[in-house]
Write a protein that binds this ligand. Structure first.
Ligand SMILES: NC(=O)c1ccc[n+]([C@@H]2O[C@H](COP(=O)([O-])OP(=O)(O)OC[C@H]3O[C@@H](n4cnc5c(N)ncnc54)[C@H](OP(=O)(O)O)[C@@H]3O)[C@@H](O)[C@H]2O)c1
Length: 328
């Protein structure tokens, strides 16, 4: 397969540390250019990562005919504006999560996709990790009976006022940054949209962003999902899927390391206190490389995505409903 020729907008931490190394680990991607608001930063980054071209400005990269697809790891409020510009410049787009700040904003990108015919995807890397494909398979084949509850905890500690996660204007806060994952996973595993939601949203009094958010989602048929996310808590992540006859525990649900196996526990509950839990180890994989490879497969094969942008619109509808439910 001919590699997709990528350009990267911005010198974001996620791009430099995860996504560009992921592009490197697959022969379906080639990074041809990087842009920064600052030309010197673009050049330094390109030199460090061995990227052939560096641009001082995002528009200049979009004008480069050698760039076929653009990866957008900008602050959340800039995702849609730059994705639309990229599509209008004829580029395909992989855009970081959360795709937008509202469902209405995401819909403007759906319209741009339809107008330009470009492939535009939200970068939820976990959807490409074999551990999540395995969890979904186990649930679909009834290994835990009927899925009744999904619970998730996801947290880290970051109080740096200069970080985009702490800027309300830029779409910071726990629900946008990490709550988007359990919302997506619950919708994915239940295969439906929640009918009702409830939430508690605790905000930083000075910065205005949510720092501790707990949520409940009720799905058709009686299943429920819940999560607690925080940007001011001890770093931790875990997902439990509980069914009528068993449970699955995902030990590293989101930041799966590329260099060591990931473990899930499958427990039929026949013995007390985890004694019947059976470990399944997944081979070490780079979920960012898999994300890039899946993008290339869709693009080169002209295939319809499993997760079209409409999924991002639906995710944002739930996020908006949670903010509304949790507002004081
Ligand atoms: N999928 C994942 O695993 C994952 C993990 C972490 C983050 N993310 C997502 O990736 C995006 C970036 O996160 P990050 O932590 O990597 O952010 P970051 O390091 O702060 O990078 C953001 C980049 O955006 C550019 N930018 C443009 N306008 C900006 C502004 N007004 N303020 C700050 N930066 C600006 C900057 O690049 P230049 O100055 O070089 O132009 C900056 O390097 C977010 O949407 C986040 O949700 C995804």
């Amino acid at each position: 397969m001919e590699p997709v020729r990528w350009g990267v907008l911005g010198t974001a931490k996620i791009a430099v540390e995860k996504v560009i190394p992921g592009f490197r680990r697959t022969d379906t991607a080639e990074v041809v250019a990087i842009a920064s608001r600052d030309a010197g930063r673009a050049q330094a980054c390109a030199a460090r990562l061995g990227i052939p071209k560096a641009y001082g400005g995002y528009e200049a990269l979009l004008a480069d005919d050698a760039v076929e697809a653009v990866y957008i790891p900008l602050p959340n409020d800039q995702h849609v504006p730059w994705a639309i510009r990229a599509a209008d410049a004829g580029k395909h787009v992989l855009c970081e999560k959360p795709l937008a700040l509202t469902a209405a904003e995401a819909e403007t990108l759906v319209a741009a996709r339809d107008r330009t015919g470009r492939l535009i995807q939200e970068a939820f890397m976990v959807r490409h990790h074999p551990q999540w494909l395995r969890v979904r398979e186990l649930i679909r084949e009834g290994r835990i009976g009927t899925l009744l509850a999904m619970t998730c905890t996801f947290s880290y500690h970051n109080a740096d006022p200069a970080n985009i996660r702490n800027s309300a204007e830029q779409g910071g806060g726990a629900l946008y940054d990490i709550g988007c994952y359990p919302v997506m996973l619950a919708r994915w595993l239940f295969g439906a949209e929640p009918e009702r939601v409830a939430a508690l949203v605790e905000r930083d009094p000075d910065l205005g962003i949510d720092v501790l958010t707990s949520a409940l989602m009720a799905f058709p048929g009686g299943g429920q999902a819940s999560f607690t996310v925080s940007t001011r808590m001890v770093p931790y992540q875990r997902v439990h899927c509980l069914g009528s006859r068993g449970r699955i525990e995902v030990l590293i649900p989101f930041n799966a390391p590329p260099d060591r196996p990931c473990r899930i526990l499958v427990d039929d509950g026949s013995r007390h206190a985890d004694a019947s839990a059976v470990a399944e180890d997944m081979d070490a994989v780079d979920q960012y490389a898999l994300q890039a490879a899946d993008f290339a497969r869709l693009l080169r094969g002209g295939l319809a995505p499993d997760y079209p942008l409409e999924d991002a619109v639906a995710n944002l509808r739930v996020i908006e409903a949670l903010f509304k439910a949790g507002s004081k």
